[in-house]
Design a protein around this ligand. Structure first.
Ligand SMILES: [Zn+2]
Length: 64
């Protein structure tokens, strides 16, 4: 019997039973993908607290 450990939740699982190798589940795969995307698209500015999202104008309605 061979089980591996999920790099996201660190749960032992059977790789043959997982549809989302090398993760234990598709949920953990999505979490890893999200982390990866954040790293790829991370901006050099570390703090964006001065940006007030509520001050942005609302998106115009697309009505066609
Ligand atoms: Zn997992």
């Amino acid at each position: 019997m061979s089980s591996i450990r999920c790099p996201i939740c660190e749960r032992q699982f059977d790789p043959a039973a997982s549809p989302a190798m090398p993760f234990c589940s598709d949920r953990c795969r999505q979490i890893d993908l999200g982390r990866w995307l954040r790293k790829v698209y991370s901006v050099p500015v570390e703090r964006k607290d001065d940006i007030d999202e509520e001050s942005l104008p609302p998106a115009p309605p697309t009505d066609d």
